[in-house]
Ligand binder design. Structure first.
Ligand code: PHE
Length: 339
């Protein structure tokens, strides 16, 4: 009996000193576990005289029950405390401002490129992409610009070897398409081009969008009609186009295409340098020699081609005054373009 009381007291003291449920569990095992002190008492029953056993058993069981109750009550208390502590640590201040996740946006060049593809696909154009490393033949010779042609100076070329170069124009794709496909041809060729040129409106790498239409009876009027449609959809419903004579070795006649200035509606402003017009692309009727170079009979077929700088269109559309902004990757600049 003495021993029982001592054990009860010892267990109670240790259990009450336990700081957390883990420590309490250890105390519980020390007394009630398989090798615990109270369990040991029960195991020692066989050494007790048979007549004293029932009384002893009863006492030890009472002790075990008392301890179990004690532990259960303490466990409950400790768990409650631990829960309160955990909740206190997870306090949320509902008045704190929310955290913003920045939504990404497409790069203006990608936007304009996608818009152009969308717009021209609507007119039946298919996309064809040529290689960025071209050979001299596709980039120049087949485009009626042979080796000592002065027009090669119009573009400062990055040569890789005597034969290979970084394409200076997506026009190289025209030849590849005409070699592979018989007319009717209606393709759009977007891509990077490279020229040794660097100032506020020129960058050594930029993007062009080429268009080529070859079929029976194609005329300059078809080109102008299509360009009008392009200007209206890309800039504004009231946009107009005008053709000015120009020169490209691979088109004859060649034209420079202006679009009425969307900023001033054609009245004249600083963007259009007071003229009311902005030059947006080069175009023309495909030169007979180019058709011949690709095995297309120029007496049966005719075609037009056009090529525009995508950065230039983006700069005009969004009022960007320096092409460098498009490659600096400053998110404060880039996130302004949402449509
Ligand atoms: N390739 C010409 C340039 O880069 C543009 C162009 C394309 C002109 C197609 C006429 C026809 O300047």
């Amino acid at each position: 009996m003495e021993q029982d009381l001592e054990l009860l007291q010892e267990a109670t003291e240790e259990a009450e000193a336990a700081q957390d449920s883990r420590a309490l569990y250890e105390v519980k095992m020390k007394f009630l576990g398989r090798t615990g002190k109270v369990t040991a008492l029960l195991k020692g029953m066989k050494e007790i005289a048979a007549e004293a056993r029932p009384a002893f058993g009863k006492k030890v069981n009472a002790l075990r029950e008392a301890l179990e109750e004690k532990f259960a009550a303490l466990e409950e208390k400790i768990k409650q405390k631990e829960l309160e502590k955990k909740l206190a640590g997870e306090d949320i201040d509902v008045t704190m401002p929310g955290r913003h996740t920045k939504a990404g946006a497409l790069h203006p060049v990608t936007r304009v490129k996608d818009k152009l593809i969308d717009l021209f696909s609507g007119m039946g154009f298919e996309v064809f992409e040529g290689p960025e490393i071209e050979n001299d033949y596709y980039n120049f010779t087949a485009l009626n610009t042979p080796a000592d042609h002065p027009a090669r100076d119009m573009q400062d070329t990055f040569y890789l070897t005597d034969e290979f170069l970084l394409r200076t124009q997506t026009s190289a794709g025209q030849i590849r398409v005409m070699e592979q496909k018989k007319p009717p041809i209606k393709i759009l060729s977007p891509g990077r081009v490279f020229r040794s040129d660097d100032d506020a409106t020129h960058s050594p790498m930029f993007h062009q969008m080429e268009g080529l239409v070859v079929d029976k009876g194609i005329t300059l009027c078809d080109l102008q009609g299509m360009l009008d449609e392009f200007a209206k959809k890309m800039f504004s419903e009231t946009s107009k186009t005008r053709l000015r004579p120009s020169y490209f070795p691979f088109t004859e006649p060649s034209v420079e295409v202006d679009v009425s200035c969307a900023a001033c509606g054609g009245k004249g402003c600083s963007l259009c340098k007071g003229t009311g017009w902005i030059e947006v692309l080069g175009a023309g009727m495909v030169n007979r020699r180019v058709l011949e170079n690709c095995g297309v009979d120029p007496d049966e077929y005719s075609g037009f081609a056009f090529g525009m700088g995508i950065e230039r269109i983006a700069m005009l559309k969004y009022g960007i005054n320096n092409i460098k902004l498009l490659t600096e990757n400053d998110t404060r600049f880039l996130e302004q373009f949402k449509d």
